[in-house]
Design a protein around this ligand. Structure first.
Ligand code: ATP
Ligand code: MG
Length: 244
């Protein structure tokens, strides 16, 4: 068995007295897509922010590529990227200019070729010269995905990557993610509130509830374990229990 590309051990985050993430342990193997599932406020985004070094854990450790994030932050983050709605990019720059800024920050070569390639892949030609402030939410999402792909990361953290996309482009993005995984062995951590998408995309799913892992396995294993029809039924059962 190959060693994990990402290893999280006993990770916790408290905000004052409140435990947003409570002692979670998991790993991602090279080329694996791990789905992080859970109700609003379960701790998914907080977990991703810790993996990106944006939020400091209260306890626990994070290793990627065998390196400790707390001591090898730069080396690790050079090989990682993410997409989410909470990214802010300079609003007065155009889409293309923003991609250039990212490429420069990562010290990429052949920038124009890479930018052209990613703009084509994500069908962004129509708005590549638009000022970022004027983008629709789906266009903005595509820009954040383009930013994530541009640097050819080894691990991608995708926090609700298809949330504001129309069904056609969401389908294309899922196909693109699977193709990248197939061709380059990209590993991903993925969150979505679309259960069909979680089943389609995830090799394995971790179910978070109030900061704790309450279920783990393939979508089918989880469905079977909870004696439900599908992932949506499991979600409703667990989420409603958490509201009690
Ligand atoms: N900076 C902060 N200070 C205090 N509480 C916070 C902070 N950031 C997050 N939280 C709390 O931590 C909990 C987990 O939030 P998080 O954003 O990780 O949830 P999530 O699983 O991503 O939810 P969603 O599905 O709504 O995106 C929430 O109760 C949230 O209010
Ligand atoms: Mg979130």
């Amino acid at each position: 068995m190959s060693s994990p590309i990402l290893q999280v051990l006993n990770l916790s985050k408290r905000f004052g007295d409140f435990s947003a993430v409570n002692d979670i342990t998991f790993a991602i193997k090279p080329g694996e897509i791990l789905g992080l599932l859970g109700p609003n406020g379960a701790g998914k985004t907080t977990t991703i922010q810790m993996l990106l070094g944006l939020v400091t854990p209260t306890a626990g450790s994070i290793h990627m590529f065998g390196l400790d994030l707390s001591t090898h932050r730069e080396a690790i983050l050079q090989q990682v990227n993410f997409s989410s709605t909470y990214i802010s990019m300079p609003q007065s720059l155009t889409v293309e200019e923003n991609l250039w800024v990212v490429a420069r920050l990562y010290g990429l070569s052949e920038i124009q070729r890479r930018v052209d390639e990613i703009v084509k892949k994500l069908e962004m030609e129509e708005f590549r010269h638009k000022v970022t402030r004027k983008l629709s939410s789906g266009q903005m999402t595509r820009l954040t995905l383009a930013k994530a792909f541009l640097t050819e990361p080894k691990i991608l953290f995708l926090d609700e990557p298809t949330a504001s996309l129309d069904p056609d482009i969401a389908h294309k993005i899922r196909a693109l993610l699977k193709e990248e995984r197939r061709s380059s062995g990209l590993s991903m951590l993925y969150t979505s509130h679309n259960m069909g998408e979680m089943e389609e995309m995830s090799d394995r799913i971790i179910f978070l509830q109030r900061g704790k892992i309450v279920a783990e396995g393939t979508a089918q294993e989880i469905v079977t374990r909870f004696g439900q029809e599908d992932l949506e039924e499991v979600f409703l059962k667990l989420a409603r229990e958490s509201g009690d």
